[in-house]
Design a protein around this ligand. Structure first.
Ligand code: KIV
Length: 262
């Protein structure tokens, strides 16, 4: 059965919300019935395009990938990441979100930012566009992923994130993604909010979890953050298969009778 915003985000504390990233039609088809939400993350900048920052992903790249992902999702909800833009004014942001929603038919949008987004979220909620806010470590704030800093080391961080998350909840966000933060901060935010939190590098206290699929499957080899558990080593499997293919072609074992047209 197709998941709905209500069936996924109204289950705070009843069942964990399972999320993963995808950027393609085929991969989405593989994971579709196993997850609640597929995020077309701007992490594609790093893991798919080899960019050093997610800031280089633009709206057109997002539209292309989100369209493909949405085609492969029969059951899960598809959210796209709003790409970085220098103009973060309310009117431009709303226009961009509505345009990408229209072009891709996604189920919702994730937006990095703090209380400056409150009117954007209010407006989008009225237009029935579900918004997942994104607090804590916000990759779009960094020019290089090598400079990422874990959130929560400053004394004021807890108070700030509690008031920001309450503000975004009041504005109508359906959920808040918490990235790269100290455990006590994620725990407090999750306890305080009525809407569910989705964590990445934010402890087991969140109401749901997300990982970048290429990280957890062992496909992305550039870096390996502490919070990533590798559930498979697909790089190794791919290399074994390609090596075998190469040997068989070299030794005239492939193709053979079975794989040819006579
Ligand atoms: O772009 C992305 O993949 C993200 C992660 C936090 C899941 O935003």
């Amino acid at each position: 059965m197709k998941r709905t915003i209500k069936s996924v985000f109204n289950k705070k504390n009843k069942k964990k919300i399972i999320c993963l990233t995808s950027y393609s039609y085929n991969f989405t088809k593989i994971i579709d019935d196993l997850v609640d939400v597929v995020l077309v993350g701007d992490s594609m900048g790093n893991v798919l395009y080899g960019m050093d920052t997610t800031r280089s992903v633009d709206d057109q790249i997002m539209v292309n990938h989100a369209t493909a992902v949405k085609k492969g999702a029969d059951k899960s909800l598809v959210f796209f990441d709003l790409p970085y833009n220098r103009d973060f004014s309310e009117s431009t942001t709303v226009k961009r979100v509505l345009s990408i929603m229209k072009k891709t038919s996604c189920d919702g949008v994730k937006i990095e930012g703090n209380t400056e987004l409150k009117d954007v979220i209010k407006y989008l909620s009225k237009k029935k566009v579900p918004v997942m806010a994104h607090l804590g470590l916000q990759p779009q704030k960094f020019r290089s992923s090598k400079k990422f800093k874990i959130y929560g080391k400053d004394k004021k961080d807890l108070d700030n994130i509690i008031s920001d998350s309450l503000c975004l909840e009041k504005s109508g966000a359906v959920s808040i993604l918490l990235e790269g933060m100290l455990t006590n901060i994620a725990k407090e935010v999750t306890k305080t909010l009525s809407i569910p939190t989705i964590g990445i590098g934010a402890s087991e206290y969140c109401n749901g979890q997300i990982l970048v699929s290429e990280d957890m499957l062992g496909i992305f080899r550039d870096n390996h953050p502490k919070f990533v558990k590798k559930y498979a080593d697909l790089s190794k499997n791919i290399r074994v298969a390609v090596n075998k293919y190469s040997n068989e072609v070299n030794n005239n074992k492939f193709p053979n009778k079975k794989f040819r047209y006579d």
